[in-house]
Design a protein around this ligand. Structure first.
Ligand SMILES: [Zn+2]
Length: 494
């Protein structure tokens, strides 16, 4: 059964606009954001980065804070780290030249310009704690000026933070403030499964200096200046929940879609026009389906990476290990993450289905809306369903847990994580679409995007948007899928 969009009458448009402003509660006031200013210099010979960061941290919570915590994600790449960022079955792919270690050294911390002791905590010595003095506690809306000097040692690894071949990935590379939620900073370590990250939107000003012959692709918009064999990229990015860059000897193709600069950086891609077109078509299609892409530019980058790809705000890493139609699909999938992860955030450690399930489903929606790609939507759903049934059948005898409410670290391996969050997640959204009908389903999605863009959403926030759009109670629908009660027989309710 092929689904078609109904023509939207003027009246319905008015109803939707009304829904956007009333559904999901309150229109919160625009709050001032924290701002990161980072000056970083890449040393190509030693594969290090020296950086000075100042953060104007705004307490955007309702609590009085006596400390501010930061993730030190590069610490996961050090020798002796308790949690490896590389899944055990992918070690040889990840480290093509043998084991390699890296990390982050925090050289100093300042508070309002005054030197502080450097305090490292966390389950894996991966959290920087900046204690606030008794008379300097941070009330809601107040600001603290925090300075951090740090040095990065980049490991030789095909990963978010690492180099191999001619590209250097700087993902999750600087101390990023932890999200404060339910009375605590969320300090999960760097697990191997999934994308174990969670952060708040902030503004960024980053100056990254590299040797002159290299190119930097990054989050945000850059101006470039050259000086004595070096090049500095001055990059501004507003309202982004992370800042990533890839350094390399790239060729680049660019185009414009709906006023957005879409760039494709590549090294070996034999058909770069196809890849650029997939990125541009994705920006257009998802903009039409969910709401306009929220930034001025978008870059997809062919780089060295152990999984298919990785998403960052305004930037996606696409693995050079992937080819052909799958490479195109990775571009589409990672671009969909600009809506579900970059714009609308969620805790990717505890609710990976919210971004991965919806992104995988969005990839199928892309194909449905772009028949020239020759991938049939219904066939994709059928394949996902039979794959899931096969998985379910193989494991039901041992009472395998099929819940999607687990932390990424609680899945036994990447295989189980993928089946639960991508495959079952996609099937859940397809079942929801069938139950609600297109008008309510897409109305709910648009509201979810508009209402939670630049924020962090929780499961109930998403469910609430679909409930408002459809006028139906959907808690038990979601619970049965998320808690693992849905079997794949008897109308998905066994
Ligand atoms: Zn994904």
């Amino acid at each position: 059964m092929k689904k078609k969009f109904k023509a939207i009458a003027v009246l319905l448009c008015a109803a939707l606009v009304f829904a956007v402003f009333t559904a999901c509660g309150n229109g919160k006031k625009e709050e001032e954001l924290s701002k990161y200013t980072i000056n970083a210099v890449y040393d190509e010979e030693n594969k290090t980065v020296s950086a000075e960061m100042t953060l104007s941290y705004v307490n955007g919570t309702d609590a009085i804070l006596d400390e501010v915590c930061f993730h030190l994600y590069p610490a996961a790449f050090r020798e002796g780290a308790r949690f490896s960022p590389v899944p055990t079955d992918m070690v040889s792919t990840a480290y093509p030249e043998g084991m390699s270690f890296g990390g982050i050294a925090v050289n100093y911390v300042t508070l309002a310009g005054q030197n502080q002791t450097v305090e490292i905590a966390g389950e894996d010595e991966d959290i920087l704690v900046v204690a606030l003095p008794e008379d300097g506690k941070l009330y809601p809306g107040e600001k603290a000026e925090i300075g951090v000097g740090f040095t990065l040692e980049i490991p030789c690894v095909r990963h978010r933070f690492g180099y191999t071949g001619s590209t250097v990935n700087l993902g999750n590379w600087y101390p990023v403030a932890c999200v404060f939620e339910d009375g605590n900073f969320v300090t999960d370590p760097y697990y191997a499964n999934g994308d174990p990250f969670y952060s708040d939107c902030a503004d960024y000003e980053v100056n990254l200096t590299v040797p002159e012959r290299l190119t930097v692709a990054s989050t945000g918009s850059a101006t470039v200046s050259a000086n004595e064999g070096k090049k500095t990229y001055s990059i501004a990015a507003e309202n982004v929940r992370d800042f990533a860059a890839v350094i390399g000897e790239f060729k680049m193709l660019g185009t414009e879609v709906d006023g957005i600069d879409v760039n494709y950086y590549y090294v070996n891609d034999a058909s770069p026009e196809t890849s650029l077109t997939a990125a541009a078509d994705s920006i257009k299609t998802f903009g039409n389906l969910f709401g306009k892409y929220p930034y001025e530019s978008y870059s997809a980058v062919e780089t060295s990476f152990l999984h298919g790809g990785m998403e960052y705000p305004g930037l996606t890493m696409i693995s050079d290990l992937v080819n052909g139609d799958l490479y195109t699909e990775v571009i589409i999938h990672e671009t969909a993450h600009q809506w579900w992860y970059a714009a609308v955030g969620n805790n990717e450690v505890t609710h990976a289905w919210m971004d991965e399930g919806l992104t995988e489903f969005s990839t199928s929606l892309f194909y449905e809306n772009n028949p020239s790609y020759n991938v049939d939507y219904d066939k994709r759903m059928a394949v996902a369903l039979s794959a899931y049934i096969l998985y379910y059948d193989s494991f039901k005898h041992i009472n395998k847990d099929t819940s999607m409410t687990r932390k990424v670290s609680e899945y036994s391996d990447g295989f189980e994580y993928t089946y639960m969050n991508y495959v079952k997640g996609e099937l859940m959204f397809e079942a929801l679409r069938n139950a609600l009908g297109d008008e309510n389903f897409f109305g709910g999605l648009k509201t979810y995007y508009e209402e939670y863009k630049f924020k962090n959403a929780r499961p109930d926030d998403m469910i609430g948007c679909f409930e408002k759009a459809s006028g139906r109670q959907l808690k038990s629908f979601f619970d049965s899928w998320l808690e693992g009660k849905v079997g794949m027989y008897g109308g998905m309710n066994g």
